[in-house]
Design a binder for this molecule. Structure first.
Ligand code: HEC
Length: 718
């Protein structure tokens, strides 16, 4: 069956992998791997995104002497996912309200901070990009739908860039993006005079197109566009219903949001993409959906495709590629090969030859379960690499219920009444256990890699339990000025139809919001988003007022009761997604801990030369469980990746317990840990200034219910 299916794929040109035979240079065994400098000039340490530093001042013997060298307060608050960059002794980063700033990296003294235009935006920026040419030095960052360029020395806008220092991230997306949410959390990838931009879009039926756009850094002008939902005559067009590329059928996205890597010598850009939207119901996008959920190798100068590989065909589980791939060098069958390794939420890491896209470990298409939701046709097979083994468990059975949970029987019943058939179990009306969960496996923190070809990846072990039911689309036609129906269409997937949210999963309750927040606050959050909360540019003033009115109790709550006879929204009928999820709901026990057996988080060292694990340790802890109940270390979710150094250390944080931990990269032994002022949901950076090595972490807290903070903390030896 598998074989027959593959044949079918070939016939229909749905070949998961395309070899175009791009022959570029070959590496000899003697060539040195050069990545890493004593600065941290780019996001995640360099264009290879390996989180690697050749520094060795801080080592196994002295790491326990690390002290806080400086702490910089941003004076705003909210989650900070930023990985700071350090260039010529200056640290550049973002605040929680997306203001860029520059510090003396040795002292933490502020050099400049960007001006604040408009209301606060809380889009969890992951950092900035640096570019220089001669004397011209620029910092590029985003805020809302704009890419900005400022002078790296002063923070002042570069007036000649775009319109007075900014250019629109919608430039190459076409008309349908005009009233849609387009922003970017992850810094762009700089190659020569180009910056290629990730984008964050809606994940529902109002998603914009997820084209990959390159901008000229000198002028701000759009340089090239690669279409992730191809048009007629283009490769991959027949993997979608006709005309999907027009973005009028309620299908969009297939965007890169997690960032990219670039092989500067070869001029190849590696772009991991996310799922098409709507994330969870694909009846209106039947097909494999190229180039969603792919690793794309593009010519960095032109945006032309060299090769691609699709990790999930017709994704209906939000299995976006979560992080930029690592560009590593490995030895396979006695040959030294420049390779690219992609981590995934489903727990697999895939390894390819960088030039040809040839998998270095065989990948097999295996049958996966069918969907029982009306209209949905789940793809019959998905790719599984033979090696390495997954870094997250793949099945959730009765034996996997958390033995420490007090309501084990109830959890067992919930599991029994749900579909739980492995990593590609489609959503269902009765409920599906999504495991590995919506946040991985691996997440946006990314993996670290050293020159030996060892990959270090922290992995979440969290199951989610979600139902997919008929969406209440009736309301939409009664009146689109009714706050309640606008709430139902735009807000209920996350905040719940009853407005109770799901605080344990990070989605706040909006009941009684009038007691704690002002109307302006709620309006602002709809306009600008906050953390995982998207912005809603398509809502007009009247509609926003109506939602605020509904939340503040101005409106009676009988279904569909409108204050005014409604203006109908000019939405096409076929753009209505008929099924929607019950909410983003983690599968938790009655005390809010994961419903499955620990570990709930791990840290792994995988030798990508052999595909074998060197070690796996439980990562993260719940001190209250260990201390009060004597439960052994459970591990926990983490957001933010590790950093690996030449001295053999792994620096990592990312957990709610707000510890910064240092491990021995050889055996995964914990060498030292210290408490941060607030949790660090980001990847650290390490660098040297005036002969002293620093490690810096963004401590904004506020995710997973952690307390908030507003500082960047740098550690160094005394
Ligand atoms: C994709 C999920 C999602 C959708 C859709 C969504 N929200 Fe949110 N919302 C969140 C999350 C997550 C937070 C918490 C953000 C944070 O603090 O980092 C939040 C926070 C909020 C808050 C702040 C609560 C507080 O007291 O701090 C308000 C108000 C809010 N949302 C209103 C809305 C409204 C109104 C809509 C619909 C127009 C909406 N949200 C749609 C996910 C969502």
């Amino acid at each position: 069956m598998e074989h027959a299916f593959r044949k079918l794929l070939m016939k229909k040109k749905l070949v998961p992998l395309l070899f175009t035979g791009a022959i570029l240079s070959c590496k000899t065994e003697n060539e040195k791997i050069t990545y890493g400098t004593n600065e941290w000039r780019e996001y995640l340490g360099g264009p290879e995104r390996n989180h690697y530093s050749p520094l060795n001042q801080i080592n196994k013997e002295n790491v326990s002497q690390l002290k806080v060298a400086w702490e910089y307060h941003t004076k705003d608050s909210g989650q900070i996912q930023c990985n700071p960059i350090i260039v010529d002794g200056v640290l550049y980063a973002m605040t929680a309200t997306t203001r860029p700033f520059a510090l003396d990296a040795a002292t933490g003294k502020e050099i400049w901070k960007g001006d604040h235009e408009g209301p606060d935006s809380y889009s969890s920026s992951r950092g900035v990009a640096y570019w220089e040419k001669g004397d011209d030095r620029r910092i590029l960052f985003t805020r809302g739908p704009w890419l900005y360029a400022v002078d790296a020395r002063t923070g002042k806008p570069v007036a000649s860039f775009g319109e007075n220092g900014r250019t629109s991230l919608k430039s190459g997306l076409g008309e349908t993006s005009a009233d849609k949410m387009v922003m970017s959390n992850t810094p762009g990838t700089v190659f020569e005079d180009l910056i290629v931009m990730p984008m964050r879009l809606s994940e529902g039926s109002d998603a914009a197109l997820g084209h990959i756009q390159a901008f000229n850094i000198v002028t701000g002008k759009l340089a090239w566009v690669f279409k992730t939902i191809p048009g007629p005559g283009e490769f991959g067009y027949d993997t979608w219903p006709p005309d999907t590329y027009k973005n009028t059928s309620g299908v969009g996205a297939a965007n890169n949001w997690s960032g990219m890597s670039v092989d500067k010598q070869r001029g190849i850009l590696f772009v991991p993409t996310g799922s098409a939207a709507d994330d969870f119901y694909g009846a209106n996008r039947y097909g494999a959906n190229l180039f969603a959920n792919c690793l794309l190798a593009l010519d960095a100068r032109t945006g032309k495709r060299i090769w691609h590989f699709q990790f999930v065909h017709h994704d209906i589980l939000d299995r976006d590629c979560p992080a930029p791939p690592n560009l590593i060098t490995v030895k396979h069958n006695g040959k030294v090969i420049d390779a690219v390794a992609q981590t995934t939420k489903q727990g697999f890491v895939f390894l390819f030859n960088r030039e040809t896209g040839e998998p270095l470990f065989p990948i097999t298409e295996k049958p996966v379960p069918a969907s029982d939701v009306p209209g949905e046709r789940a793809w019959p097979t998905q790719p599984f690499p033979e090696k390495p083994a997954p870094y997250a468990r793949q099945f959730f059975t009765k034996d996997d219920i958390n033995p420490y949970a007090e309501n084990k029987d109830e959890l067992s019943r919930q599991l029994d009444s749900s579909r739980s058939e492995g990593p590609f179990t489609p959503l269902s009306e009765k409920g599906t256990i999504i495991y590995p969960g919506l946040d991985g496996g691996a997440e946006w923190g990314g993996a670290a890699a050293d020159p030996d070809g060892i990959l270090y990846v922290n992995s979440n072990e969290m199951a989610w339990r979600i139902m997919l039911g008929p969406a209440n689309t009736k309301d939409q036609h009664i009146s689109m000025t009714s706050g309640q129906s606008l709430y139902a269409t735009n807000c209920a997937t996350c905040h719940g139809t009853q407005r109770r949210g799901n605080p344990a999963s990070g989605y706040p309750s909006l009941l009684n919001i009038s007691g704690s927040r002002s109307r302006d606050f709620v309006r602002n959050i709809m306009e600008n988003g906050k953390g995982m909360m998207p912005s809603f540019p398509k809502l007009n003033e009247e509609q926003k007022d109506a939602i605020v009115g509904f939340l503040f109790g101005d409106e009676k709550q009988e279904p569909g009761l409108a204050k005014e006879p409604g203006k109908k929204r000019s939405e096409k009928k076929d753009s209505v997604v008929r099924y929607s999820i019950s909410g983003y709901i983690k599968f938790l026990d009655k005390d809010g801990y994961p419903a499955m057996r620990p570990p709930w988080g791990t840290l792994n060292a995988i030798d990508m030369n052999t595909g074998e694990y060197l070690w796996t340790v439980t990562y993260g802890e719940y001190p209250e469980l260990q201390q009060a109940k004597g439960i052994p270390q459970t591990g926990s979710e983490s957001y933010g990746g590790p950093v690996v150094t030449a001295s053999g250390l792994l620096f990592i944080s990312g957990t709610k317990d707000a510890f910064f931990r240092v491990y021995d990269k050889k055996d995964g032994k914990l060498l030292w840990k210290t408490q941060l002022p607030a949790a660090n949901f980001a990847t650290p950076s390490t660098y040297e200034v005036n002969g002293r090595q620093y490690v810096v972490l963004a401590c904004g807290g506020t995710k997973l219910g952690a307390k908030g903070g507003d500082s960047y903390v740098a550690f160094a030896l005394p």
